[in-house]
Design a protein around this ligand. Structure first.
Ligand code: ADP
Ligand code: MG
Length: 298
């Protein structure tokens, strides 16, 4: 909507996990390197955890791009609220297995055939499961069994990447998943951005959208965006997108704290230190007239 006004080629703060907009923070760089290394190491399970909106799906999309570029076969399950029957159906569909997808035995037979064929050609095969914290115990058990498929000469035949919210770690601590847990070769986790990373992240997205030097978000606004988003990329995107829209509406190319307050109010955003708005007439912020400090706005 505001792209032409700011001179963007595309929306800089789209909420979709698009690898083209990847900001290589040290932890995202490390997570991606781990995912790629883990796939090639052929040793077992790789687990990626992080709070909502920290970039897990984005990492998986980057891994998907890598696997496609390397012609490595993979199944990508992004819906984890499935039963075992649906689980095998989705694997069969993604890996283009020639079998009746209704029968688990047939899917397993065809899968085994594909895995050995790929391994014989020096290639590995990957199963990626996003939102894995939602997986049913039954499906987790099937995944554990798939992780057992092995050939003495070729190593593990299926590399399994599980990504999910921190609850996934707790789930994997369950006694019945002891064996799976023992076979996790790599674990990585994503944490919120620091202030410096948050600023670089915003500049990086703006640059990719066509604004080489950012002057839309002044330093004071950037600091508050970091505080209020708590460094979570998805929230940073939402705040910046709404701020740009607000600025566009009043035809200015520089955002302000007042705009941020309005945006946070509309988003009903909570953050540490946010205080309840005091009744009108009781404000005593000590600020110059016409300006309420962000802390006093709510
Ligand atoms: N390193 C990153 N570079 C670019 N965008 C990112 C990065 N990390 C997160 N994002 C963005 O933040 C939003 C949430 O990321 P997502 O991968 O969906 O998080 P999660 O899967 O952990 O909930 C998306 O819009 C995504 O594009
Ligand atoms: Mg996700």
């Amino acid at each position: 909507m505001y792209n032409a006004f700011f001179g963007f080629r595309e929306n800089p703060f789209n909420l979709s996990p698009d690898p083209a907009f990847l900001y290589r923070s040290p932890q995202h760089e490390e997570a991606l390197a781990n995912l790629i290394y883990g796939v090639h190491s052929r040793k077992g399970f790789i687990v990626l955890t992080g709070e909502v909106g920290t970039g897990k799906t984005t990492m998986l999309e980057c891994l998907r791009d890598y696997l496609e570029a390397q012609y490595i076969e993979f199944a990508f399950l992004f819906n984890s609220r499935i039963n075992t029957e649906q689980f095998f159906e989705m694997i069969a569909y993604d890996l283009d297995l020639r079998c009746s997808t209704k029968s688990k035995t047939e899917v397993l037979f065809a899968l085994n055939h594909l895995l050995i064929q790929q391994a014989n050609e020096g290639r590995t095969t990957v199963l990626i499961v996003d939102e894995a914290h939602n997986l049913d115990w039954d499906v987790l058990e099937e995944i554990r069994l798939l992780g057992n498929l092995e050939n003495p000469r070729l190593g593990k035949l299926l590399q399994i990447v599980l990504a999910g919210q921190p609850e996934l770690d707790h789930k994997l601590d369950a006694p019945n998943l002891r064996q799976l847990k023992q076979r996790i070769v790599l674990r990585c986790s994503l944490t919120p951005f620091s202030l410096a990373e948050c600023e670089e992240y915003i500049s990086s997205r703006l640059k990719k959208a066509g604004m080489p030097e950012q002057n839309v978000f002044p330093e004071t606004v950037l600091k508050e965006i970091h505080l209020r988003s708590q460094g979570i990329p998805r929230l940073i995107n939402a705040l910046c997108d709404n701020l740009l829209l607000t600025a566009f509406a009043v035809e200015t190319k520089v955002t302000t704290l007042e705009m941020l307050d309005e945006v946070c109010k509309d988003m009903r955003l909570d953050w540490p230190g946010k205080r309840a708005r005091r009744p009108m007439g009781l404000e005593d912020s000590g600020e110059a007239p016409g300006y309420l400090s962000p802390r006093d706005q709510f």
